[in-house]
Design a binder for this molecule. Structure first.
Ligand SMILES: Cc1ncc(COP(=O)(O)O)c(C=O)c1O
Length: 358
């Protein structure tokens, strides 16, 4: 940055590194927890037919309310407690923007999704962490609540299933956090469809709880950016005030509508990915040099037990298999994260691991 720019950019922004995924050459892509399944061609055509008829020079607000009502019906939740966004990442930011002031503290577990800290820093606040328990990465609720109390925290952000550890946080723990902490509690459920449980049932009795969902994972719509927020209507109304006019484009809204109309396709695909996940965990457990953890998501955390984790990452990449190096996350120096792919991709991964470690 030139000195001239440094004069007016906020210090906490100047100190941030831009959030970008590094670029790699790959043959098999298992790094960003995307779906291996593209949107079916007939659904793409359906979306295109709707979009083509519209006047693109106009703002289009007419699709938002029907989409929100459809989401409410799909989730069995009051539509007034639903907000939409350009991916759930935007809704994490909007939730915090409505609540967190410059100089405030937000408590997050570690290791978790790195974007939470970035969002908190952008707001001029501080992210303080509480380590998940070694071994099973469960939440130390007492430690979390104690820290939040001592620091007079404004918000707590939880991720369940947690990225990158793939475990579900216990509902009793999430419930205790919501009841005993009087600030905002955000539960990012980007991977909820792959899990056995969700915090959804707590919404009716926890007015400070926000649950975030996305179409980027189970629905396979990462490139079009669509997510939604579920909360008590009074809280959703307040958070909605920070959203910019027309922020979700009509193309994305119509695509999300079409995917919801075809939700059974997504549900079948999730079932097949969960079956693939369990098969992959079993196969990984049979390879000397890696040790997979249980997963409630569409990715698996593995411990690299024979060679350094970054070296295993590099060696797999030489074989054309891109996974995610998470060894720089707190407490994860020996770990890597693998997205569950389709059967062919998972075969390629196993073949590459055997080649590298065999
Ligand atoms: C925990 C978590 N939340 C949110 C997202 C991204 O969501 P979106 O694409 O809806 O912004 C990711 C993507 O990797 C994630 O891991």
């Amino acid at each position: 940055m030139s000195d001239d720019t440094a004069k007016f950019i906020r210090a906490e922004i100047a100190g941030l590194r831009p959030y970008r995924s590094p670029h790699y050459e790959w043959r098999v892509k298992l790094d960003l927890n995307e779906s291996p399944f593209d949107v079916p061609s007939e659904v793409k055509r359906e979306i295109w037919e709707r979009v083509e008829k519209l006047q693109w020079q106009r703002y289009h607000d007419e699709f938002e309310r029907p989409l929100i009502e459809r989401l409410g019906a799909y989730e069995h939740h009051d539509p007034d407690g639903v907000l939409i966004g350009n991916g759930s990442n935007e809704l994490i930011f909007h939730s915090l923007l409505a609540v967190v002031r410059h100089g405030d503290t937000v408590v997050i577990p570690a290791p978790t999704f790195s974007l939470y800290r970035q969002n908190v820093t952008v707001l001029g606040a501080t992210a303080e962490t509480v380590m998940l328990r070694e071994g099973d990465f469960s939440l130390d609720t007492d430690a979390l609540l104690k820290k939040a109390g001592e620091l007079d925290a404004r918000a707590i952000v939880l991720c369940s299933p947690n990225n990158p550890t793939a475990n579900l946080l216990a509902n009793d723990d999430v419930e205790r956090v919501c009841r005993q902490f009087d600030g905002l509690v955000v539960v990012d459920e980007a991977y909820a469809q792959f899990a056995d449980n969700t915090a959804f049932g707590l919404l009716a009795s926890c007015p400070n709880l926000v649950i975030l969902r996305t179409f980027s994972k189970a629905f396979g719509l990462a490139g079009l950016r669509f997510g939604y927020l579920l909360a008590n209507p009074a809280l959703a109304r307040q958070i909605g005030k920070v959203q910019l006019p027309h922020h979700v484009g009509f193309f994305t809204q119509l695509a999300a509508t079409a995917l919801l109309e075809n939700a059974s396709v997504m549900e079948r695909r999730v079932a097949s990915l969960v079956a693939e996940r369990e098969k992959l965990i079993e196969r990984l457990a049979g390879i000397e040099g890696v040790s997979p953890l249980p997963s409630q998501s569409n990715f698996i955390l593995i411990e690299s037990t024979a060679i350094e984790a970054p070296l295993l990452f590099e060696r797999l990449l030489e074989q054309g298999v891109l996974i995610r190096n998470v060894s720089n996350y707190p407490g994860l120096s020996r770990y890597l994260r693998i997205t569950v792919g389709n059967a062919g991709e998972n075969d390629e991964l196993i073949g590459a691991l055997v080649e590298v470690l065999g």
